[in-house]
Design a protein around this ligand. Sequence first.
Ligand code: UT7
Length: 342
Amino acid sequence: MHTAETASPGGRHEKPAAVLAGLGTCLPTTEFDNASLPTQLDTNDEWIRTRTGIAARRRAAPSVSMRDLACEAGANALRSAGLDTVGGLVLATTTPDRPCPAAAPEVAERLGLGQVPAFDISSVCSGFVYATTVAASLITSGIVDSVLVVAAELYSRIVDPLDRSTAVIFGDGAGAVVLRRGTAAEQGALLAFDLGSDGSGHRLIHVPGEREQPEGPRWFTMAGRKVYLRAVERMTASALRVMKDCAWAPETIGALVPHQANSRIIEAVAERLGVPPQSAVCELARVGNTAAASIPLALADALTTNQLKPGARTVLTAFGGGLSWGSAALVWPQLKAVRSEF
Ligand code: UT7
């Protein structure tokens, strides 16, 4: 656990911090609503809506790559920040277009960032929070002055289209933020972080390797109910840690932005934390679970609906494969999200 604020009187807000300065998203143009899912799935709109809150999801055309969505979202975040370039790029994805090399250097090159440090992070649905934490550390340690954090996922490429336990849930999309060097006193400053993992649960969210499964298609699988219970428990505990670090009482939280996996999980986490129910951001109805991309996509939607306002005490929290989880706290800054479809 780490907090960017210090207890020293007077110097508390002068401490360097990474400040959120831009937000961009990109979604594939094609939407599949619940009614358009294959009949072989043996599912129905009512089950999906009541059990998950999902009404539709986006799926990229075969010609679109994860890197395409990452570049679009990244370019939009730079536009939102009013910047042409940054000092580094961290890309969160578990649906890379190829196993090797990492996609981040190519995305950086396509965005015209030059020969900056660029690498991928593979933390499944916690990827955005992990990437943001690492990017903030690069800034506060003085290695770079600014970082583009991108989360891009094409789960339609790894989910079995005929597995109803995953096919109804996951969607494609990308989101990105720009972090720059500033101080903890500024709106947008990332004030506290928490990260954790539990490898004993690695099989609960899983894509088998060639050695584990030499034959047949190697699809993504998820032990839904077991993951559900752990997601509620871990996100609640992790969010509480960053709230405690910031000395933020639950009723003062303006926006709780959890990983967007299931509306019931989001409600349960908000209830356990004791934050006002109207502060819980739930924006998965039209995009489904977009893994690492879900938090920046939800932030952009919450800005559009005015649920997220400048000055709001904002807590991001995520849980995913690994198992992995993490949270970050910031006071929401004045900015406009730039969105596009591809
Ligand atoms: O993003 C990374 C982290 N992921 C998560 O946080 C996801 C966590 N898990 C979940 O969101 C939920 O567990 C699911 C949405 C995946 C499943 O909901 P659930 O309420 O936990 O359902 P369940 O798996 O316990 O299944 C209940 C019933 C079963 O039937 P029986 O055995 O009771 O007859 C399933 O076969 O619902 C059935 N079922 C479905 N029925 C219609 C499972 N999927 C479907 C479906 N349509 N798509």
